[in-house]
Design a binder for this molecule. Structure first.
Ligand code: 6R9
Length: 650
């Protein structure tokens, strides 16, 4: 749910920032005429437009003949083509870029490593050969549960090289979350580490893996990277040290040339039901757009030092830490730890030392930095920066302005990029040399992207009015299915209006046609830029022996965008207490991960329900936000319940 304060301020937002002249002059796309021309070309003849892009972006072992085969809601792109994504990220660059840094890594404790394209290629080939020796073949699923270290990228690329399908699980997720995902994906091998560093402490990845394994029977081997040096390799034939696996492996591993539609990865994401969806992306369409959007949206140049702060456990890490930048042959920074470890200026220190030119981060982080004041920023020379990006949730104009002025010194264009796990790559965003920006607006869809704001009948809503955001035509990096559940693919994304992709987001356009995102309209919430299903948190809560029922809603939060509020009824004989609140929060952390811990738990005698027994979440959202409800309560089963909930308001 969007922050209503943010909406009020975006409704009155009228500042416009044209691209700086010297930026435009050297940019890849230099003005709105260029943008418009591309947009028109793409709209008029999408096959030619996307066909040209695909030939420009990728090396094709075998060319495609058919750009798009669209049988709604199923798309196949670049049909007869064959390619390999690891080849596109590495081999094709080697003649020129062998000695160029591909990754500049900094661990939280301060350890540093630079890895050139040549070295990265060696590491990927060795690991690919190692995985082969474990029996990993084209189409096999491989789990990746690693901290933000270069080996995470190596692991993904090694899978891509073999045509194996990776499924990265965010290192902050719990053993339970890991086991569910591994089971659903049927992963054969899991690549992990002993631990990772976060906020000065060790995240016990190996311990979580050990707890998950009994319930993830498909996993035959666990490959363990030594990162923190914590604990020994567990006993047993399943466990294998990463170093031992790659030692002595040849650094030549022929890429598996896969069909365009060969699956590349599964990434689990929250939906409106309790069970996360395995979003499946395939090779060529995904690659074409990850590569193209990285270059266009960040206006990449060969000498850029690019830093996207996302974790590879999220889609942003897939497309804009690993695949997009490496396909473009730029240098990308990977930082392992927390933004304020050991001090509030860690990010700015990194930018100064590496002379980063592009920063791509989340509004939550920006707001957190804003709270820390300008001092930590002012201590550092950030003049290397030339472009700033934002992703993950709506950015409020205040944060946007602070980002622009304090971080960007007023000289860097800000690109607010809207997209989703399902879209694979950026869909709505300024092009920094072309688009005049407005603080808080993602501006316009990229050429070839038909993002439209419609009502439930499929009619376009008038400018200024809110509606539902759809993508009405297929695009190359769209998800292809929900892994193992093709019906859910159709029901979730293509049943609101048949044949059109429903994003789950609300949006409006202003008088100038700018798109303003207004947050989720389903039961998905964006907590500190992390996507969570309220139903997942609810099912974690009711799994606790003392809980009878739970309803979880979002409440606007200045820092996190949305905070989680859980309304809980207890089983008889369990008196409410602060200690129990704590216990429940810890329990949710254990079931899902710390990011899902409710910010507030409220015990209630009953939950407001409709006569048909549905929990009235909208009402609870109002209660959580401390608002008088404008909602119609005539279908409420018991008005006393609502009155009692309100009384509980502190
Ligand atoms: C890339 C990513 C997707 C949801 C999406 C929307 C929100 C992302 C946004 C934004 C407003 C932006 N979202 N970017 N809302 N402005 N620039 O975040 O993917 O984790 O799947 O989340 O995030 O609500 O539907 P994912």
């Amino acid at each position: 749910m969007a922050d209503p304060h943010a909406i009020v301020s975006v409704l009155t937002e009228s500042r416009v920032f044209p691209p700086p002249e010297d930026f435009s002059r050297r940019a890849r796309i230099r003005g709105m005429q260029d943008y418009q021309r591309l947009w028109d070309e793409a709209a008029k003849d999408p096959d030619t437009y996307w066909g040209d892009r695909a030939r420009e972006e990728l090396y094709w072992k075998e060319p495609f003949q058919t750009v798009l085969d669209w049988k709604p809601p199923h798309a196949r792109w670049f049909v007869e083509g064959k390619t390999n994504l690891a080849y596109n990220c590495l081999d094709r660059h080697l003649p020129k870029l062998k000695d160029k840094p591909a990754i500049l890594f900094e661990g939280e404790p301060g350890d540093r490593r630079g890895i050139t394209y040549g070295e990265l290629s060696q590491q990927v080939n060795r690991l690919a050969n190692g995985l082969k020796s474990l029996g990993v073949k084209k189409g096999d699923r491989v789990g990746i549960y690693l901290p933000m270290v270069p080996e995470a990228a190596v692991a993904m690329l090694a899978c891509a090289r073999l045509g194996a399908v990776h499924s990265v699980v965010f290192g902050g997720f719990s053993a339970e979350a890991l086991q569910d995902r591994m089971k659903d994906a049927g992963a054969k091998v899991l690549l992990t580490a002993d631990g990772g560093w976060r906020k000065g402490a060790v995240v016990p990845l190996m311990k979580n893996v050990e707890a998950a394994l009994p319930n993830a029977p498909s996993i035959e081997k666990v490959v363990v990277l030594t990162r923190t040096g914590d604990g020994k390799l567990p006993e047993g034939p399943k466990f294998l040290a990463w170093d031992a696996l790659v030692k002595g492996q040849s650094d030549v591993c022929e890429p598996e040339w896969v069909e365009s539609e060969h699956p590349l990865f599964i990434l689990y994401t929250s939906g409106s039901t309790g069970k996360p969806k395995g979003v499946l992306h395939t090779t060529a369409g995904y690659a074409v757009m990850a590569s193209l959007t990285t270059r266009w949206v960040f206006d990449l140049r060969d000498d850029d030092v690019y830093w996207c702060t996302a974790d590879v456990g999220w889609v942003t890490g897939h497309s804009y830490v690993v695949y997009g930048p490496l396909m473009n042959g730029v240098t990308t920074i990977i930082y392992e730890g927390a933004p304020t470890q050991p001090g509030p200026d860690r990010f700015w220190d990194i930018i100064e030392r590496y002379k980063a030119t592009i920063l791509y981060t989340a509004p939550t982080a920006i707001r957190a930095f804003m709270r820390l004041g300008d001092e930590p920023v002012k201590k550092h020379d950030l003049t290397s920066l030339r472009l700033l990006g934002s992703v993950g949730e709506p950015i409020n104009p205040e944060a946007w302005m602070w980002y622009r002025e304090v971080i960007g010194g007023g000289r860097c264009p800000v690109v607010d990029t809207w997209w989703q796990t399902e879209t694979g790559s950026i869909m709505i965003s300024p092009l920094p040399g072309a688009t005049p920006t407005k603080p808080g607006s993602a501006t316009f869809p990229l050429p070839g992207i038909h993002a439209e704001i419609l009502d439930r009948d499929g009619k376009r809503v008038p400018k200024g009015q809110g509606g539902l955001l759809f993508v009405t035509k297929p695009w190359p990096s769209m998800l292809r299915t929900v892994y193992g559940d093709p019906e859910r693919y159709v029901n979730t994304y293509f049943s609101e209006l048949p044949g059109m992709y429903f994003t789950g987001d609300g949006a409006r356009t202003d008088a100038d046609g700018y798109v303003w995102l207004m947050g989720r309209v389903d039961d998905v919430v964006n907590v500190a830029g992390h996507r969570l299903g309220t139903a997942e948190v609810e099912s974690a809560l009711v799994a606790h022996p003392k809980v009878s029922e739970a309803a979880v809603v979002g409440r606007p939060d200045d820092l996190k965008g949305t905070a989680l509020v859980a309304f809980v009824t207890l089983k008889q004989g369990n008196p409410p207490s602060d200690a129990l609140k704590k216990e429940l929060a810890v329990h949710v952390g254990k079931e899902i991960g710390a990011i899902a811990r409710p910010d507030e738990i409220r015990f209630a005698e009953g939950l407001p329900k409709t006569r048909s027994g549905k929990i009235m979440r909208r009402l609870l959202r109002d209660v959580a936000a401390g608002k008088q409800s404008s909602q119609d309560t005539t279908t409420l089963e018991d008005l006393n319940v609502l009155a009692a909930l309100r009384q509980n308001d502190e």
